[in-house]
Design a protein around this ligand. Sequence first.
Ligand code: A2P
Length: 305
Amino acid sequence: MNNLITLNNGVRIPAVGFGVFQSAPEETATAVETALKAGYRHIDTAAGYGNEREVGEGIRRSGIDPADVTIETKVWVSDYGFDETLHAFDKSATKLGVSQIDVFILHQPMPQHFERTVQAYRALERLLANGQVRAIGVSNFMPHHLAALRKETTTVPAINQVELHPYFTQSAVQRADADLGIVTQAWSPIGGITFYPGWGENRKSVMEDDTIAGIAASHGKTPAQVMLRWHLQQGRSVIPKSTNPERIAQNIDVLDFELDATDLAAIDGLDRGVRGGPDPDAVDPSTWDVEIPEADTVTSATESS
Ligand code: A2P
């Protein structure tokens, strides 16, 4: 039901993962359980989303062996630094209820504090060497961040997770990733991001785009399925988010049709070159007032309700 992508260290992950960004903690366990029962075997979360414990609960409730599920999570910037990031692993693993995390990535570069970013990545390398994680990577890294990281560290990231949808195709990032052998993983793969500071009054969801609607109609598919297929045919991993059971099932049902070269080029041509999310160069620990709680101080939303 899901095809696999091979990372640069040989680890294979399902190309279609399930995203839980902006899934409220009380909805997350149910969404994860629904997704696993619908056939997903890859969940993407982050310490900064505040729902790792509920992801673990959803996996347990599904009855599926956690060893069969690729669990991906991210270190938040307030935990950057060598020892801090080793501790961040302990916090995330405990909340998720696992001893090994499949894919552990840095959530953002911290351009103003790049040395702490490098130290955090060195901690990921240590965790990889120890067998505590199976693959390491980054998120929201632009080509110059990748180049700077490569100068200071030895392990090429396996994944770079970035905002990527038909209105923001990030061709320079995709090229840099490909040159280094990094899998590009799309967050907001169907353009569902909820803040569009650069788009002003002209903002319009890519889900309402006429070109995509036309391609979807010609294949008897939905716009979301066409966008996900576009990613997969171009070799990207995707992590669509939904809390709706029908849309959860729809987003993994994308393997029984093929976009042709004209379809792919038409979608590539929609790029506006304007991101919906934050500019990675502007991110700083003070950008968001988020501290990641210790594992023993976090109460599950589902346990407390
Ligand atoms: P919902 O959770 O109500 O389904 P992205 O992952 O690109 O950020 O998109 C997530 C957003 O898109 C969420 O608001 C989600 O809402 C919505 N969404 C997810 N799947 C679909 C779909 N198949 N069709 C339309 N909207 C979708």
